[in-house]
Design a binder for this molecule. Structure first.
Ligand code: AMP
Length: 196
């Protein structure tokens, strides 16, 4: 089962991904996590990506597509995987389709977490507070200024994926303003149907 999570920053993709990983036994592939690991390890990709990520902009389509292509060749992705934060542009979605077609695979469902933009800033403030309370370091791009930029990038570059996947008949909308448990239940209902 190959599933894509779509939604603006703060929609709850990371939270819900944890639930899906447990329930369906498929790995979560977060390009944001992979890029942050590359930045921390100071790999050539990480060195190039750092300033772009800190500014809330998008890393090049070719770089992220190559990272994902390499990752999905690993054994744990054989039963399927959950893509979190990829694709983020229409060219990335086209690259993903090409990569999967080569392997005789295809995306099963795209889950769009729909949330009020007004609620996103509150969620960001909470996330910062909770991260600090745990004694962990706040992400370099988790501040109000960069967040506004990330939201704008989402609207301009990522939201066009909604009609793209609607056209493929794969888009499933979930109300992300519900409780965490209710959102999980809606996602389960969609994915249970796919798994059959
Ligand atoms: P995230 O953890 O998904 O919010 O991603 C954090 C940052 O990593 C983004 O703001 C981008 O700079 C970069 N990034 C993550 N995924 C992608 C992607 N699919 N395409 C381009 N840049 C990405």
């Amino acid at each position: 089962m190959i599933v894509i999570f779509l939604g603006p920053p703060g929609a709850g993709k990371g939270t819900q991904a944890g639930h899906i990983v447990k329930r369906y036994g498929i790995p979560q592939l977060s390009t944001g996590d992979m890029l942050r690991a590359a930045v921390a390890a100071k790999t050539p990709v990480g060195v190039k990506a750092k300033a772009i990520m800190d500014a809330g902009d998008l890393v090049s389509d070719e770089i992220v597509a190559a990272i994902v292509e390499e990752r999905i060749e690993q054994d744990d992705c054989a039963p399927g995987f959950l893509l979190d934060g990829f694709p983020r542009t229409v060219p990335q979605a086209e690259m993903l389709d090409a990569i999967l077609t080569k392997k005789g695979r295809a995306v099963d469902a795209v889950i769009e977490l729909k949330v009020d933009e007004a609620a996103l800033l509150d969620r960001l403030r909470n996330r910062i507070k909770e991260t600090k309370a745990r004694g962990e370091e706040v992400r370099a791009d988790d501040n109000e200024e960069t967040f506004a930029k990330r939201l704008q990038v989402y609207r301009e570059q990522t939201a066009p994926l909604i009609p793209y996947y609607k056209g493929q008949g794969k888009l499933r909308e979930v109300d992300g303003m519900q409780t965490v448990e209710a959102v999980s239940a809606d996602i389960d209902a969609i994915l249970d149907r796919i798994q059959g």
